[in-house]
Design a protein around this ligand. Structure first.
Ligand code: ADP
Length: 405
């Protein structure tokens, strides 16, 4: 089956056109700066040169029209007719309590997604726009939603409940949902395959470290806890998000600075985390460069970033009652040897011993722990798009509405 996988952000759309039998992307690309006159579409067919087209792309509907057009293009395309797109798989951030697996998109699913906008204000609105835009260009093609929350949906009650009045959980579904589930699931399964051990028997901690970042504790193939919570704001320090805070700080800062709810929300989501602490950038490469140039705020921001990850790993080893594998993925987890080294420092007593030589300049899927490290440390590039395409294929072929993990 050939599946167009769409990951729609507020001003960008990443896409891959995946052949699920071959397990590869026939073409991939992205549209950036949507809403501007200088939007850029970058497209790379598997067997040909990458191209870039600059022009006005004012909304997601026009962006997806361009994506479909470039897939059909005689020079740069990979199909001759729209009907060769068998299905569209959408990454959807928040499925709420309603979805514990991937689904065929129906009017009812769209209603639930709109109801969940409050839970993921940065992410669900562009996801919805992307689905509507894809439907308008490919009206007879089945569309599926693959949720970041689904892999964590079966975590135990004691891990997902907050210490708030239980009635509030019942009334507003206030609980930990967790995100990046597609990535955590993929890299944990790949780790088991690389270690040549059954996934269902392993205790794995996965660190997805991108602009957004989360850690998950996976026991025998099930996510039992994860650092993101009710929204993708909780947990680790992220590019622009604060992660864990004393909740009392929120009303305190609002009072002191005279901020409205919406302004406070923006401060926590867009001006905090690594950009807020370092004052340099939300981009890890730039923060590491600033540290090398002697920037003190960059240095302390990086220390805080790595310390937070280390604390989560320690607590999840306790929650799992041991550890077989620690996996790093996401732009930072895959590429920053500095982050991996700092996070794994002094963890020998927990059975984690990083091989510092292997940790440098790694490519692809690799074990980077010392040969006698009790728990293995792995660097595994994530491939959320492939998981989305494969889930979409199962749903479309079987016409099952819910895929239990
Ligand atoms: P997103 O969450 O938007 O998908 P990514 O997973 O692509 O983000 O991760 C983006 C982050 O990865 C950025 O902070 C970027 O600086 C970081 N990154 C990419 N390459 C490197 C590198 N070589 N060293 C350190 N950080 C890197």
């Amino acid at each position: 089956m050939k599946v167009l996988v769409l990951n729609c952000g507020s001003s960008s759309i990443k896409y891959q056109f995946i052949d699920t039998e071959l397990g590869i992307a026939l073409a991939k690309g992205q549209v950036e700066r949507i809403g501007m006159s200088s939007a850029v579409l970058t497209h790379k067919p598997m067997d040909r040169e990458k191209i870039s087209i600059v022009g006005e792309i004012l909304d997601h509907t026009i962006a997806i029209e361009y994506v479909v057009a470039v897939l059909l293009s005689p020079n740069h395309g990979v199909i001759k007719d729209k009907s060769e797109i068998d299905a569209v798989g959408h990454r959807v951030v928040h499925g709420g309590e309603e979805f514990s697996g991937s689904v065929l998109i129906t009017d009812e699913v769209m209603r639930v997604l709109r109801d969940n906008i409050e839970l993921a204000p940065l992410h669900n609105p562009p996801n919805i726009k992307g689905i509507e835009a894809a439907k308008s260009h490919l009206p007879s093609t089945p569309q599926c939603g693959v949720f970041d929350t689904a892999f964590h949906a079966k975590m135990p009650e004691h891990a997902y409940l907050y210490g708030l009045p239980y009635e509030l959980y019942k009334r507003y579904k206030l609980r930990r949902y967790g995100f990046h589930g597609t990535s955590h699931r993929f890299v944990a399964q790949r780790a088991a395959e690389l270690l040549g051990r059954p996934y269902e028997e392993l205790k794995i901690i996965t660190c997805h470290l991108g602009n957004g970042a989360s850690v998950a504790a996976i026991n025998h193939g099930k996510s039992i806890d994860t650092s993101m919570g009710f929204t993708p704001l909780e947990g680790l320090l992220m590019g622009t998000r604060c992660g864990d805070l004393d909740p009392a700080l929120i009303t305190y800062v609002m009072g002191k600075e005279g901020l409205t709810l919406s302004e406070m929300n923006t401060l926590l989501n867009k001006h905090s985390g690594m950009i807020g602490l370092s004052g340099v950038s939300s981009d890890m490469r730039e923060i590491e460069e600033a540290q090398e140039e002697g920037n003190k705020r960059a240095k302390i921001a990086l220390k805080a970033y790595n310390y937070r990850i280390k604390k989560y790993i320690g607590s999840y080893i306790a929650a799992l009652g041991g550890l077989d594998a620690l996996v790093f993925t996401g732009g930072i987890g895959e590429n920053s040897s500095f982050t991996r080294k700092e996070v794994c420092a002094n963890m020998e007593y927990l059975g984690l011993e990083l091989d510092e030589e292997l940790n440098e300049n790694v490519k692809g899927e690799v074990i980077i722990s010392k040969a006698d490290s009790k728990a293995k440390i792995l660097r595994i590039p994530t491939n959320e798009e492939l998981v989305i395409a494969l889930d979409t294929e199962i749903i479309v072929k079987d016409r099952v509405s819910v895929l239990e993990n």
